[in-house]
Design a protein around this ligand. Structure first.
Ligand SMILES: C[S@@+](CC[C@H](N)C(=O)[O-])C[C@H]1O[C@@H](n2cnc3c(N)ncnc32)[C@H](O)[C@@H]1O
Length: 379
């Protein structure tokens, strides 16, 4: 929704730091690619910083508004808006610099990793640069009764509502990463850097670290707070750390199934890892906290019900074939590829899959969806 983009634009901390970073890094004559340009804010900054050409790549139709934003900001001429997926678009020339910021709250996310790696290989010239150039994942144990109770919102009623027993879902909720805004005083130890990623070097996002903290006060440890610290340009940083100027990101909260007490001065050990799934498509976060001889852990692997079949689906030796839905999509794509109109595709789908679509209108919506998603659209 456009309001989401306006909310992002209103995050002055984020926009202002990116403006300074882009101005510091763009050299006159540079070719810049803004990956996932949204409303094109950073493309405008790059253009004003002296880029010869800016390619603003965006897969969503928000790119139409971005074009208007750039024109109204006096940068229409040098920005070329490219509608498509940055994982597969082709640009007429390689870029000197790529700007990217689609980071999750805990940063280490497989989609970001895939995007950065693909942009480096396909869209950047050799020795091309990134804004940010690097980012570090940071963490500390945290005491946060309110956030914890909000996440465990059915805990007070023993997971029962009007006689319905939801207790089977509690463990999943307490293995999920939540978003929170912590104060530095809630951290149960001085923050530690867990893992650093250099974008141009292609550092893997996965990590496995053991961190040792000393509790600054006696309190319950409810979980681990995680954030990132990104270096946009020399001495220009953007961080969503507790106590840093507030951004929309906030911090990630990794809860413990049971809070544990730590005495002032006691050692608190945190084992924290982001491990690649077997199909390499996901990163599973794992955390384990030990304090006062008690241990508790969590993993995003347990954050949602998952069948053995869906786990197996992406593995190398698996031959899943096509579901009915897959057959419909395949058929629609074949017709689209041979130049059929959406109406012809809809009629073809009704013929090929009798009984599936109650009306041409229903089939039209399916054909239109395939056209929008996979068609060669020039916005
Ligand atoms: C956090 S928003 C960026 C907002 C933008 N910097 C701005 O200031 O308006 C991330 C954007 O990246 C886009 N995006 C994410 N992955 C993409 C991909 N693989 N290809 C193209 N766009 C992508 C999303 O559609 C979204 O608009």
């Amino acid at each position: 929704m456009i309001t989401d983009y306006r909310v992002m634009a209103s995050d002055k901390v984020r926009v202002e730091v990116f403006r300074r970073g882009i101005e510091a890094v763009v050299k006159p004559g540079d070719v810049v690619v803004d990956i996932g340009c949204g409303l094109g804010t950073y493309a405008v900054f790059a253009c004003r910083a002296g880029a010869r050409k800016v390619y603003a790549v965006e897969r969503s139709d928000v790119i139409i508004a971005a074009r208007q934003v750039a024109k109204a900001s006096g940068c229409g001429g040098r920005i070329e808006f490219v509608h498509g997926d940055a994982l597969s678009v082709e640009l007429p020339e390689k870029a000197d610099l790529a700007i990217t910021e689609d980071f999750s709250v805990v940063f280490a996310d497989p989609d970001t990793e895939r995007l950065v790696s693909s942009v480096r290989r396909r869209l950047l010239r050799k020795n091309g640069r990134f804004v940010p150039e690097s980012a570090a994942v940071c963490a500390a144990p945290v005491t946060c009764r309110n956030v914890y109770e909000k996440l465990d919102r059915l805990g007070a009623s023993a997971d029962k509502v009007c006689g319905v027993d939801f207790s089977a879902t509690r463990e999943m909720a307490m293995n999920s990463i939540a978003r929170a805004w912590f104060r530095p005083s809630q951290l149960m130890g001085a923050p530690k850097r867990v893992h650093g990623v250099e974008f141009a070097a292609g550092t893997p996002f996965e990590f496995d670290a053991t961190l040792r903290f000393r509790a600054p006060k006696t309190a319950l440890v409810h979980g681990v707070a995680v954030w990132f610290d990104a270096l946009l340009a020399p001495r220009i940083r953007l961080s969503n750390a507790p106590g840093a100027p507030r951004t929309l990101w906030g911090q990630g909260f990794l809860p413990l199934t049971r809070p544990m007490r730590a005495k002032k001065g006691a050692a608190v050990a945190v084992a924290l890892a982001a491990r690649r799934s077997r199909d390499r498509d996901r990163l599973w976060w794992q955390w384990e906290v030990t304090a006062g001889g008690v241990r508790a852990d969590g993993t995003t692997f347990r954050s949602f019900p998952m069948s053995a079949t869906s786990l197996e689906a992406g593995s190398r030796s698996h031959r899943p074939g096509l579901s009915r839905d897959g057959e419909i999509t395949e058929c629609a794509l074949r017709m689209l590829g041979s130049g059929c109109t959406i109406l012809e595709v809809a009629r073809g789908l009704r013929r090929q899959f009798p009984g599936t679509f109650g009306s041409v209108r229903e089939a039209l919506s399916r054909a239109g969806e395939a056209g929008r998603k996979f068609g060669n659209l020039k916005l």
